[in-house]
Design a protein around this ligand. Structure first.
Ligand code: RP5
Length: 168
């Protein structure tokens, strides 16, 4: 390497530093419905109000180095969007879907009805029944339509589980 090619030596004043924290989006601020290149996991949820409970799934995937996207869609409020998203998911390169919902949580089951990808359901705790309603709705799937049911507010394990599926 010639002198011209050699990197400029660092001095006490120009030592390269990491970007300041405010320039690095953490999971909390990045947990938005933004376009992601070639996501492997789709995190969907029934309401934007579910985001705080679903963030740990994104954090677990991020720590595993797995790209994911976040979408809000509801089996009851926007059923056509759920069908469209789930039917296209495999063709788009997704390997798993994490679906979180509260109350009468049909989202994971409806997702599983429209894709052959593994669907991981996250029951979200609500105001009235502590998540028992969503837990039973997600766990009690009819034979032939499989959904993996996590614990109530178990989004972290959903992310870890998706990472294991992708690592197989
Ligand atoms: C479910 O109903 C959502 O997943 C959410 O957990 C619950 C309440 O929704 P919001 O009224 O807060 O939008 O569909």
């Amino acid at each position: 390497m010639t002198e011209a090619e050699s990197p400029t030596p660092a001095t006490g004043t120009d030592v390269p530093t990491e970007a300041p924290p405010e320039a690095m989006p953490d999971v909390e601020s990045a947990f938005e419905e933004i376009e992601v290149d070639s996501p492997l996991v789709g995190i969907i949820m029934g309401s934007a109000n579910d985001k705080p409970k679903m963030q740990p799934a994104g954090k677990a995937l991020e720590e595993a180095g797995i790209r994911y996207e976040v979408r809000v869609m509801s089996a009851h409020r926007t059923p056509d969007l759920v069908v469209e998203y789930c039917k296209a998911a495999q063709m788009r390169g997704l390997k798993a879907i994490i679906a979180g919902a509260g109350m009468s949580a049909a989202l994971p089951g409806v997702a599983a009805a429209h894709t052959s990808l593994p669907v991981i359901g996250v029951p979200i705790s609500g105001k009235n029944l502590g998540g028992m309603d969503a837990l039973l709705a997600i766990a009690q799937m009819p034979p032939g339509v499989p959904v993996a049911c996590m614990a109530v507010d178990g989004a972290k394990n959903a992310g870890l589980y998706a990472a294991r599926i992708i690592g197989l």
